[in-house]
Design a binder for this molecule. Structure first.
Ligand SMILES: Nc1ncnc2c1ncn2[C@@H]1O[C@H](COP(=O)(O)OP(=O)(O)OP(=O)(O)O)[C@@H](O)[C@H]1O
Ligand SMILES: [Mg+2]
Length: 142
């Protein structure tokens, strides 16, 4: 487990970059953190780190955004409105899991039971307007 304090969105992206460096493909990254904590911001850094050059935005309406063409494909989920297994199946979550890309899930609290032991957890706590505490577990970071 490793903890980082960031004081700007750019610093949060930089932490995500460190995580992107150690990914091998096939990982599930599960966020925990409130509204506006910085989950989408972190995902933006992750995508950049994997060489994806397009926009990274909240998948609120689509449920999942695909960022293709980087080192690994990224499937960016917003689980906010996912309730139960049937919902989750219909999003393609389990199909994507088998494809070797990276799954990133905001509001992973809602899919707790579907997360394996090897899930990487990213907990973001809001300490102030611009300050965040980011705790990453389930992976070795340098
Ligand atoms: N240190 C920081 N790290 C990340 N974001 C920060 C930081 N300081 C301020 N912010 C601001 O906090 C907001 C984070 O928004 P973001 O969309 O990433 O949150 P989120 O956790 O995805 O929210 P939601 O649950 O609504 O999807 C942005 O407006 C960003 O500019
Ligand atoms: Mg978000």
């Amino acid at each position: 487990m490793k903890t980082f304090i960031t004081n700007s969105p750019e610093e949060t992206e930089a932490v995500a970059l460190k995580l992107s460096d150690v990914l091998c493909g096939g990982e599930v990254i599960a966020f925990r953190g409130d509204l506006g904590a910085g989950k989408t911001c972190f995902t933006r850094g992750l995508a950049k780190g994997l060489g994806y050059n397009g926009n990274v935005t909240s998948p609120t309406f689509a449920i999942v955004n695909e960022y293709l063409g980087g080192k690994f494909n990224i499937y960016h989920y917003d689980m906010y409105r996912i309730e139960g297994w049937e919902d989750l199946y219909s999003t393609g979550f389990f199909d994507y899991k088998d494809l070797g890309g990276i799954i990133v899930a905001e509001w992973s609290e809602n899919i707790e039971g579907a997360l394996d032991n090897d899930t990487i957890y990213v907990l973001i706590d809001k300490l102030g307007d611009n300050q965040r505490k980011i705790t990453i577990s389930g992976v070795d970071l340098p």
